[in-house]
Structure formats: C-alpha cells, structure tokens
Design a protein around this ligand. Structure first.
Ligand SMILES: [Zn+2]
Length: 190
C-alpha cells in the first residue's frame, strides 16, 4: 500500500547502517501476476529472510507502508508491512500465509497502491482486524491491527488473493482510473 506522500524513484539506496539491499522494481497494474492468487510459502529458509529484507528496502524506497510479493513478480503468499515507514524497526511486520480471522467496524478512507501509482480512491475497510500468519522463520503468530494498520493488512492480503483496491471502488471511479491508465500505457508512460 502506498503512503500519502508521492513515491520516490525506485533507485534510492537504503540507509548506510543496513547492508546493501536489492531494490526491486514494482510491477504495475496490467501485469497478470497482480491478479492471480499467490502460492503458499512452505520453505522458510535464509533466502526467504533475504527476500523479506529486500522487500522492506524496496517498500521504503517507494515510500510505501506495505508490499506484497506479487508486486515484485513473485506469486507467493508473502508480504511486508510497516506503517511507520522505517522509523521504528519494531514496526516491521513480515506476513507469510496471512489470513484475517476477525474483523470489526468500518472505516472509509482514501487508499493507494504502489502498483497503481498516481491514483487513489476511497475504500471501506474494517477498523480492527486480527490476522493469523507465520513469521519469516515459519513460526505462527497472531497480530491485531487498528485503522491504518488494519487497512494495510487487508490491502496486502488482498494482493495475495489477486485482488487490487480498484475492485473495492465504485464502478464509475474504477472505470475512470482504468481508462486513464490505458491512455498512459498508450503514451508509453505506464
Ligand atoms: Zn497495493
């Protein structure tokens, strides 16, 4: 999920204190990988830990608050979330095979997506969610999110099911965004 500030260029380097990280280009709307469900994660190895850190770095470089594996071309049920934008290392959340087990309340708020840059729309999401997932080592855990964190969990879990926020918009708004993207693509700007 994107934050409210405009996205930086994807070539930005991570902070000097962290080891060099691979900054993945983020796949844009129109690529089939974004609209198919990811495969369950079943190998919790060092490669997955690398992937998680590279995904955090790629997400921070793009000024996002969540990034799902399909957005970097990996069709896996794997996502990272940090609604503090890298300010608090303890806020880094890795979600492998996540599922919403409880949802409560409704909040209508504007939302954007790193795969649909430049477009935002109002989406109703639960105010509170409980998510069951595995961490990067495969250990099961449960986490509760409220407001922006609940929204980020729902947005990223949608990605793992091949669902984009566009699908939650009204038909008029959705069609308008799709038309504009089509035009941008024709102009070679998408
Ligand atoms: Zn997204």
């Amino acid at each position: 999920m994107s934050s409210k500030t405009p996205a930086a260029t994807a070539t930005e380097t991570p902070q000097a204190s962290s080891p060099p990280r691979k900054i993945y280009p983020i796949i844009k709307y129109g690529d089939a990988v974004l609209e198919k469900p990811g495969a369950p994660v079943n190998l919790f190895d060092a490669e997955l830990e690398e992937l998680a850190e590279d995904m955090f770095a790629s997400m921070y470089a793009a000024q996002g608050v969540g990034l799902a594996a399909p957005q970097i071309g990996k069709s896996l049920r794997f996502a990272v979330v940090d609604v503090t934008g890298g300010k608090n290392p303890e806020a880094k959340i890795v979600l492998a095979n996540p599922e919403v087990t409880h949802a409560e309340g409704e909040v209508r708020e504007e939302e954007g997506c790193l795969s649909i840059p430049g477009f935002r729309g109002y989406v109703v999401r639960p105010q509170f969610v409980t998510v069951k997932a595995q961490n990067v080592k495969g250990e099961p855990f449960e986490i509760r999110g409220e407001n922006l964190l609940a929204r980020a969990f729902c947005h990223e879990i949608d990605h793992l099911n091949g669902i984009l926020f566009l699908q939650h918009l009204g038909m008029l708004k959705r069609d308008m965004i799709k038309r504009k993207i089509k035009k941008l693509r024709k102009q070679g700007e998408w």
